[in-house]
Write a protein that binds this ligand. Sequence first.
Ligand SMILES: C[S@@+](CC[C@H](N)C(=O)[O-])C[C@H]1O[C@@H](n2cnc3c(N)ncnc32)[C@H](O)[C@@H]1O
Length: 205
Amino acid sequence: MTAHLRRRVDGALELRVNGVFVMDDAEASSERLLAQVVLDLGARDVLVGGLGLGYTLRALLDGGAGRVIVAEVEPDVVRWFADDTIPGGRELAADPRTAIETGDVRDIVAAQSGMSLDAIVLDVDNGPDFLVHDANAQVYEEDFIQQCAVRLRPDGHLCVWSMADSPAVRGRLRQHFERVETHEVPVRLQGRQESYWVLRGSRPR
Ligand SMILES: C[S@@+](CC[C@H](N)C(=O)[O-])C[C@H]1O[C@@H](n2cnc3c(N)ncnc32)[C@H](O)[C@@H]1O
């Protein structure tokens, strides 16, 4: 896969992978909310799937997280933080609480010990129905949701960013978590009012 970063004519910083739009910095409220939801529930040790432009990581660090493991599959994205190509990236990467690991989130979750995390937040793709990478379909499947659940402490949380609400993902979360909630995030996109979604499972069974 090839990642590209470019400054658009409207001034926004845009991340593309294999030519497909992944995100920009024009609207990042849902990426920040992903962090805020788990911080508000008391999470301190958090694993993030997908570094992107770093909004979720920054919000976690600014909100007082104690340790943040970030799984990022694109080595270029990791490098752009280390050399500050992504503005402010070096500071986020150098924070002693940050551990950026280059690799697939499925492998990096699998490498964590059982009951070692307060929260896992996943923002590696657009949600199960709008995939950028077909291989990421597994991230929304029950096997991986279970893998996440067993790595969470008894009061832990799994949050999944999605471009649309997903009854299928909510149903799978219900299999492994006591409580399932949805957070709708209103966003203004190219003059239109839309919503992004954070689907949350709390307290693994
Ligand atoms: C939408 S961005 C994440 C945005 C991030 N929440 C932020 O605040 O900027 C998705 C990121 O996940 C990465 N990614 C995609 N598939 C992945 C996978 N299977 N494992 C780890 N990272 C992945 C992409 O390269 C990209 O950097």
